[in-house]
Design a binder for this molecule. Sequence first.
Ligand SMILES: NCc1[nH]cc(CCC(=O)O)c1CC(=O)O
Length: 379
Amino acid sequence: MAPSTAPDSNASATIKIGTRQSALAQIQARAVEQQLKDAFPDRTYKICPVLAQGDKDKVTPLQQLSQGENAKSLWTGELESMLEAGDLDIIVHCLKDMPTQLPDNLALGAILEREDPRDALLISPRLPSGTQLSTLPEGATIGTSSVRRAASLRRVYPHLNFADLRGNVGTRLGKLDAEDSKYSAIVLAAAGLKRMGLEHRIDQYLSSDSGGMLHAVGQGALAIEIRKNDEAMIEILSKIRCERSTRACSAERALLRALEGGCSVPIGVETTWRGGKNLSTGAQPAKDYDKHGNAVEEAEPDMDDQELVLKTLVVSVDGKESVEYETAQKVRSAEEAEAMGREVAKILIEKGADKILEKISAEKQWAAKKQLEETKTTS
Ligand SMILES: NCc1[nH]cc(CCC(=O)O)c1CC(=O)O
């Protein structure tokens, strides 16, 4: 690829990449730096790890930390202030952790090619190998702090128990492996494990076909946050963005925004692409050939000829009530994908998802109030 010849006066300035400090976050930042280096080898880059508020406070339940207007800003607030001040040029995020509404002067600059979006089950080393969700004993405890994960699994496996599990990926694995561990299994995002080279710890991939679990909105995708008016950066990022992942994630995020859910709201999604010229006929898919005439990997069908399939699930905390909806349509831009997501939100609400979400929101407010009262009486 030709090196950048951007005419702006800053074309030689170091690109400062902000990231959280966890091992996974830094791996992700390095992966983005590498993609940028491949596209713009003449530029220089600096990774700046920043300690997030959410990483400092490991005691308060996540659900209460992320209450209210500024939900989730505890993960991104410090980094965003630095981006606004020009101390950073981009922030690398897991899209899943990004609020659907960003501060006014910041923007989502790019969504990169998505890693495996599924959740993964990791079984305790003390249990027989080959154990799956369906063969876990009655009363076995699953570690997860995600309401979506616990609620979705309760729905299909009401005989299992769920317990909070916090910390970064390494900490959570340590808690599963500890000799006196209370967990029979834990659930983590497959993407994080794969990026950390821990794929071998996955005992079962969870999906609509396996465990009845749909993943979180945006799960598995990295996103780049930028200053809204940074045209030079938008141009740079256009070389590393992924249109397919952008359309799928745009549909998911528009759905979440319309349902006004945060990361702890049990909305599961699954987006896949279906059909297209090469696959819909059932004929042998056409091969592509490189310039030497050697067959290369099967060409992906043109996205514009395919349908985006969106599966959704809203489930009550106890797993007893749920609303499901699945649809598919062609989406020829991120905007069309967003319209699809909003339409699906409307249908989910018509089917009763609003009642499930209202109840969860009321319970969260009650828990936060109780927590406040407890702090008052103990201090
Ligand atoms: N909630 C924290 C978080 N945010 C993103 C990931 C995984 C990586 C990704 O989704 O890109 C994780 C860890 C997990 O859920 O296991």
